[in-house]
Ligand binder design. Structure first.
Ligand code: G3I
Length: 449
């Protein structure tokens, strides 16, 4: 379980609710007063979401509030590794799909949570290490993101990989022990499996400028510099009775790296400041143009994982609390307008000429294996494409996504899938494959089909 903000915020003496947006905020105040959280957030192009549990969808009070108030949902537990791959290679999406379908029925965004996390790993994965674990985790990312391809607004690709305390470094886990590059391998596999989803790194105790958030900031800056596909950073914001004075400034410094920011698991201990803290978080997001939305981690206090802390916007009976009114008023006060779009990933090699298209390959390798992401770009309109990749001897393709492989060793020809063969002039798409042995060194060759 994550530590809450309490201990850290004691160190931040300047943390006072309301201070954050008092300086520097440029609230437009143009929005008409809306009467629900989602509708109000939508006025500035944002979402207001809730984490929901499949087991509660039969509760009429719960679903009544959900349908009325929210325009985004996150699966509280149902899309995690233990839920979706309870035994290796056997995927179960029943409950995850219930969350997805609830979101679709509401016309809401669906946030995917979470592809890789050191907690809630299934038992079989907990007992793996090294190459076997690396292959299993990449396969998990690929399979789950492929199952939900085109349906998820944003995935928490990696959750809580940084250590608490002052080190600013990674948390020890069996995932981390497969090699420091496990996070970027996961992001590349997720991009290949679902190119349309925004890919987020998500963590807690990052709700201000501190050693942990700076460690993550440094990783995101490095990913952006090297073209590792990352689009967003999630700030869980499990808050206590104070909020960091630099909460908004911290969001802004990440946004300035060229990623979206999202508040992903907001809940606030009920105390004298609960409503103010909720309002402060809301205004901070509205003030940062790349803050695309806020998710609260549950609906009623009785739905919360923080038993006894009453940290949510609705009481046990489903009545709106003072914190709800504070959030709605803050949303209705307006913000910076529509969040800006993400920047697409950049290729890692030079395009090679081919018959009507070019292909570039990005590799993420480890001892004994690799994941390849291939970007196909059309020189003129195409109705299909083939990409040929030459593998070093001894290596083999073990899985392919968003394309079909003809062969597994030597010269392997990849053909477009049904849905990504048609490209307009200058248009592009991606596919990926996982391989054993040494990664290919020759550039891929693309030809129109
Ligand atoms: O569903 C079983 C039930 O059948 C069983 O009888 C019961 C006995 O313990 O357990 C139930 O499962 C619990 C599950 O929540 C559903 O309620 C698990 O034990 C419990 O561990 C699990 O807790 C979840 C927790 O993540 C796991 O670490 C919380 O619901 C969930 O809110 C929480 O969410 C996390 C985010 O994913 C990441 N950030 C922190 C956040 C809060 O810890």
């Amino acid at each position: 379980m994550p530590l809450l903000q309490k201990s850290r915020s004691l160190l931040l003496a300047s943390a006072v609710a309301g201070v954050v947006v008092a300086s520097g905020a440029t609230l437009a105040g143009t929005a008409e007063a809306a009467t629900t959280l989602g509708a109000s957030a939508a006025q500035t192009g944002r979402y207001y979401g809730a984490a929901i549990a499949a087991g509660r969808l039969g509760d009429a009070t719960y679903t009544g509030i959900l349908n009325r108030e929210f325009n985004s949902v996150t699966a509280e537990n149902e899309m995690k590794w233990d839920a979706t791959e309870p035994s290796q290679g056997r995927f179960t999406y029943t409950n995850g799909d219930r969350i997805l379908n609830q979101g679709i029925a509401m016309g809401a965004k669906v946030r995917g949570h979470a592809l890789l996390w050191h907690q809630q790993e299934p038992g079989w994965a907990q007992s793996l290490s090294g190459t076997a674990l690396r292959s299993a985790m990449i396969n998990h990312v690929t399979q789950v993101a492929t199952h939900y391809r085109g349906k998820i607004y944003a995935w928490d690709v990696v959750n809580e990989a940084f250590a608490d305390g002052g080190s600013g470094g990674r948390r020890d886990s069996n995932l981390q022990r497969t090699g420091n590059d496990w996070i970027e391998a996961a992001f590349r596999a997720a991009r290949a499996a679902d190119p349309a989803a925004k890919l987020c790194y998500n963590d807690y105790n990052t709700d201000g400028v501190n050693a942990k958030s700076t460690g993550i900031y440094t990783m995101v800056r490095d990913f952006k510099a090297r073209g590792v596909p990352i689009d967003c950073v999630g700030f869980q914001s499990h808050l206590g009775t104070t909020i960091a004075g630099d909460y908004q400034a911290n969001l802004q410094r990440f946004a300035d790296l060229g990623v979206d920011v999202q508040i992903t698991e907001l809940d606030v201990a009920q105390g004298g400041n609960q409503a103010n803290i909720y309002a402060t978080v809301t205004r901070a997001c509205l003030t940062v143009s790349r803050c695309t939305g806020i998710t609260v981690w549950g609906i009623r206090d009785s739905d919360s994982w923080r038993t006894g802390e009453n940290p949510l916007l609705f009481d046990n009976s489903g009545n709106r609390k003072a914190a709800y009114t504070a959030v709605l008023n803050a949303l209705n006060a307006g913000g910076t307008g529509s969040p800006s779009p993400s920047v697409p990933p950049s290729p890692s090699t030079s395009p090679q000429p081919g018959g009507g298209c070019t292909a570039t390959i990005s590799l993420n390798s480890w001892t004994g294996g690799y994941v390849a992401t291939v970007r196909v770009t059309a020189g003129a309109a195409l109705s299909g494409w083939n990409v040929t990749v030459t593998l070093p001897s001894g290596g083999a393709v073990t899985s392919t996504w968003s394309a079909t492989a003809n062969g597994t060793t030597g010269t392997v020809k990849f053909r477009n899938a049904d849905y990504n063969g048609q490209l307009t002039s200058g248009g592009s798409t991606e596919f990926g494959f996982q391989g054993t042995g040494t990664a290919p060194t020759a550039d891929p060759v693309c030809a129109a089909a």
